[in-house]
Design a protein around this ligand. Structure first.
Ligand SMILES: Nc1ncnc2c1ncn2[C@@H]1O[C@H](COP(=O)(O)OP(=O)(O)OP(=O)(O)O)[C@@H](O)[C@H]1O
Ligand SMILES: [Mg+2]
Length: 460
């Protein structure tokens, strides 16, 4: 689990990398250590040989010879001076040496190989080493010695380096671990804590992160998060305000409708008064009051956010359209606007009759209103066709086409209204109802020659 955290991975990788670096240092230093060790033996052997050779006439006593050889830690010393080879000191013959190493001008590879052999060859070998004599003399020292002490010294040295590397890598890893905690993990945790706090209450501006990281990348991340949170918070606040406004409008509409209904009843009774002036005005008053009541009704319906799910049944589209057309003619100036149905009597459709009635009524009324407002005579036509079980209903008019404002805000509540006294809700409600049926409502054509809205309803 720890290895899955950023700090854990960093710690593991640091130890690994430091160990690799230590191995790269270890190999050459062990090779160098062996070279120094052998050169040291040669130097001591040279001194011992010089001491032995200085007594030319008499044989060296046995203990003296032993002591000199022990001091140099070699078994045989041969000195070559001025091209003459002289056996200076020798123990009993140890047998043929297992290997010969000439360290006068060794390559790096030879040194590494030689050091490797010391570790890898088992048993106590006897080896021969040839090297240069020390300054002052131009000669060659040639010794035979046992490898065991060299191996012991090399092992000792290797272990010391190994322990040192362990300490160094542990210390480096610990320091890096602390640095990573401080520079990366800490700031990341801070950002996470902010996100969590913000998530719990996104409308509280005090929870918006204040960018202050010292690391550029983290600072960029914090800045981006800050912008995001600022925008989100203000969007949420705006939504909240709109929702509150919506609730207020719903309440007002509700009570206003009740008041208007009362006024409507009173206005109705005005019609019975014989006064000619009152007789002329009363119908207009009734009409505008009923328009106001219907606006309240629609606002309330819209405030419910969604239309109820349609109650689907098989209905005759012909009968329904006839009913709507008949109804719309009542409120339309029929001298200017002709409304007709071209739906054949056999067209059946699966829909909620009440809801589809409202959709068609909205579309036809929009057309009639547009034509009437243009002042030129025109017609509204409803037609239907069926294909692969789908039903297509078109409401086409010869009116002036949708104004740009309505076209740009098609199906957006309150925004598309470009008609005097319109609310910009009719098309939104129609679209919502048709979508509730699993169908689509689309503006098919709209230009100076007229407008066509097309409804497509699925078979099921
Ligand atoms: N057939 C049409 N021809 C021309 N303009 C149209 C037509 N249908 C809709 N419009 C335009 O689109 C606008 C939006 O129509 P919508 O029915 O959504 O709202 P409205 O008629 O203004 O108000 P209401 O909510 O009372 O229906 C209208 O104001 C009108 O300008
Ligand atoms: Mg309308």
């Amino acid at each position: 689990m720890f290895l899955r955290t950023l700090s854990g991975r960093f710690l593991g990788l640091t130890i690994l990398f430091v160990m690799i670096a230590e191995v790269l240092i270890f190999v050459p230093s062990v090779a160098r250590f062996r070279l120094d060790y052998l050169q040291n033996r040669l130097d001591l052997a040279q001194l011992a040989a010089l001491a032995a050779l200085s007594r030319e006439e008499t044989e060296l006593p046995a203990e003296m010879r032993r002591e000199l050889l022990d001091t140099a830690d070699v078994m045989i010393v041969v000195l070559m001076r001025n091209g003459v080879r002289e056996l200076a000191l020798a123990d009993e013959m140890p047998g043929r040496p297992a290997a010969t190493y000439d360290i006068r001008d060794p390559s790096a590879w030879d040194l590494v190989k030689g050091a490797g052999r010391v570790f890898l060859t088992p048993g106590d070998r006897v080896i021969r080493v040839i090297g240069q004599t020390r300054k002052g003399t131009e000669g060659v020292v040639d010794v035979v010695l046992q490898e065991a002490p060299l191996r012991a010294a090399l092992m000792d040295y290797g272990l010391r380096i190994f322990y040192l590397s362990l300490v160094i890598s542990a210390a480096t890893a610990a320091l890096l671990f602390i640095a990573v905690q401080f520079l990366i993990v800490g700031p990341i945790n801070r950002v996470i804590a902010h996100m969590v706090a913000y998530r719990d209450d996104p409308e509280d501006t005090t929870r918006i992160i204040a960018p202050k990281s010292g690391t550029q990348e983290l600072l960029d991340a914090e800045n981006a998060l800050h912008d995001l949170e600022v925008r989100l918070t203000s969007a949420l606040r705006q939504k909240e305000r709109l929702a509150a406004l919506g609730r207020a409008v719903a309440k007002i509409s509700h009570d206003l409708r009740n008041m208007l209904t009362t006024a409507q009843l009173l206005a109705d009774s005005l019609e019975t008064i014989e006064n000619p002036k009152v007789r002329r005005i009363a119908p207009k008053l009734v009409k505008s009051l009923s328009r106001a009541v219907s606006l309240c009704d629609r606002t309330l319906t819209f405030g419910k956010a969604e239309e109820p799910a349609p109650e689907l049944e098989q209905i005759s589209l012909h009968d329904l359209v006839c009913e709507v057309v008949e109804n719309e003619r009542q409120t339309t100036n029929t001298r200017l606007v002709e409304i007709r149905s071209e739906v054949s009597p056999d067209v059946m459709v699966r829909a909620d009759a009440e809801q589809l009635f409202r959709v068609l009524s909205n579309l036809i009324r929009n057309s009639a209103q547009a034509i009437a407002a243009s002042g030129q005579a025109g017609s509204v036509r409803v037609e239907a066709s069926q294909q692969d079980g789908r039903t297509f209903i078109r409401v086409a008019d010869t009116g002036p086409g949708l104004p740009p404002k309505a076209r740009d805000n098609l199906f957006k509540p309150f925004q598309g209204g470009a008609r005097q006294g319109g609310n910009g809700l009719g098309l939104v409600i129609a679209d919502e109802i048709i979508r509730g049926h699993g169908g689509t409502l689309a503006l098919e054509v709209s230009d100076e020659n007229g407008t066509v809205f097309a409804i497509s309803l699925p078979a099921e």
